[in-house]
Ligand binder design. Structure first.
Ligand SMILES: [Ca+2]
Length: 302
C-alpha cells in the first residue's frame, strides 16, 4: 500500500512538471488599457496578450517591445478571437495580420478593422537560431479620440481636394492629428483685398508642415518641419476659395497632436476700431463741432 502511495505521489509530481507539453508559454487576458510585461520565449513558443472584451474599429493597438537576445527573430501578429482559436487548433486563420518581424524590437500601432476580442501574439519561431529570449513589452488597446476639427463635428479632410469648409472672419478653433490621420485640410471663402492672418499653435513635440492655396489651387505659402508656433500672413488678390492644410512632417509619427489655430480675415477697406476708440472719436468729434459753433457765434456777436 505504501509502495502505491509513493508511486502516485511521484506520478503527480511528474505530471505537474512534465505532463503538459506545449509550445504555449502562456495564454492570459489583460485588462484595458495597458499591459506592461516581461516574459521569456523559448524556440517554438508564443505568448498572447488580448483585449478581454470586444473592441471595435474605433480602437487601435499600440505596441512596443525589446528583446534580450538580438539573434532571435520575433514575429508579432494581431488576430481576432475566432481566428486566434482557429490558429491555436492548427487551422489556417482566414483573417490575421502580420504586424512585424524584428530582432531588436520595434514599436507601432495597428488599426482594429472589426469588432471582436483582439489578440496580440508574440512568436519565437526562429528556426535558424532556436534560442531563448526575454521580451519586454507594452501593449495598449486604445480608443481613438473623437474628432471635432475646426468645429465641424468630425475629422477634417485629408487633402486639398477633400478639404472641409469653414466660415471665417475672426475664427479660432482646434483640431487633432493622430495615427493614420496625418493631415487636416480646410477651405474658406475670401475676397480680393482681404488680409489673412493665420496662426497654428500647441502642436507639441511633432514637427508639422503648413500650406495655403489660393483660388485655383496654387500654393502661396508653404512651411515645412515647423516645431514652434507659426503665424502666416497673406494679402488676397483674387476672390474665391482658399485652402489651408496642416500635416505631420514625419509620416511614421503617430502620436497625438492637439493643435489650436486661428484665421483672421480683414478687408483693406474696413477699419474695425475697438468700441472704446469709437466712443472717444465720437466724443472728440462732438467737442470739436461744439467749439467751432461757439467760436462762430462769438464772431457774429462782435
Ligand atoms: Ca484630424
Amino acid at each position: 500500500m505504501r509502495y502505491y502511495r509513493i508511486v502516485s505521489i511521484i506520478g503527480i509530481i511528474y505530471l505537474c512538471f512534465n505532463g503538459v507539453t506545449s509550445s504555449v508559454s502562456s495564454t492570459e487576458g489583460y485588462l484595458l488599457p495597458s499591459n506592461i510585461e516581461t516574459f521569456d520565449l523559448e524556440y517554438n513558443q508564443w505568448h498572447d496578450i488580448n483585449s478581454i472584451t470586444s473592441i471595435g474599429a474605433n480602437y487601435v493597438i499600440e505596441w512596443n517591445f525589446t528583446t534580450s537576445n538580438p539573434n532571435v527573430l520575433i514575429q508579432l501578429w494581431a488576430m481576432d478571437d475566432p481566428n486566434f482559436n482557429d490558429w491555436k487548433d492548427g487551422l489556417t486563420p482566414s483573417l490575421y495580420k502580420h504586424l512585424i518581424s524584428s530582432r531588436a524590437g520595434a514599436s507601432g500601432y495597428y488599426s482594429v478593422p472589426n469588432s471582436e476580442i483582439w489578440h496580440v501574439v508574440f512568436m519565437n519561431f526562429d528556426i535558424t537560431e532556436m534560442e531563448t529570449t526575454t521580451i519586454n513589452t507594452d501593449v495598449n488597446f486604445i480608443e481613438k479620440p473623437t474628432q471635432n476639427d475646426g468645429g465641424i463635428g468630425q475629422d477634417a479632410g485629408n487633402s486639398y481636394s477633400t478639404s472641409s469648409q469653414l466660415t471665417v472672419g475672426n475664427f479660432s478653433s482646434s483640431g487633432i492629428l493622430i495615427y493614420d490621420d496625418l493631415s487636416d485640410f480646410y477651405n474658406f471663402e475670401v475676397e480680393a483685398g482681404d488680409n489673412l492672418t493665420i496662426t497654428f499653435s500647441d502642436f507639441g513635440e511633432s514637427n508639422c508642415d503648413f500650406v495655403l492655396y489660393k483660388q485655383g489651387g496654387t500654393k502661396v505659402i508653404e512651411e515645412t518641419d515647423v516645431i514652434d508656433n507659426i503665424s502666416m500672413e497673406y494679402s488676397v488678390n483674387d476672390t474665391g476659395t482658399c485652402a489651408l492644410g496642416i500635416s505631420k512632417s514625419n509620416a511614421d509619427d503617430f502620436t497625438q497632436v492637439d493643435y489650436q489655430f486661428s484665421i483672421f480675415k480683414q478687408s483693406e477697406l474696413t477699419f474695425n476700431f475697438p468700441i472704446e476708440v469709437k466712443y472717444i472719436l465720437c466724443v472728440f468729434s462732438f467737442l470739436s463741432i461744439s467749439v467751432v459753433i461757439v467760436r462762430k457765434r462769438k464772431k457774429e456777436r462782435y
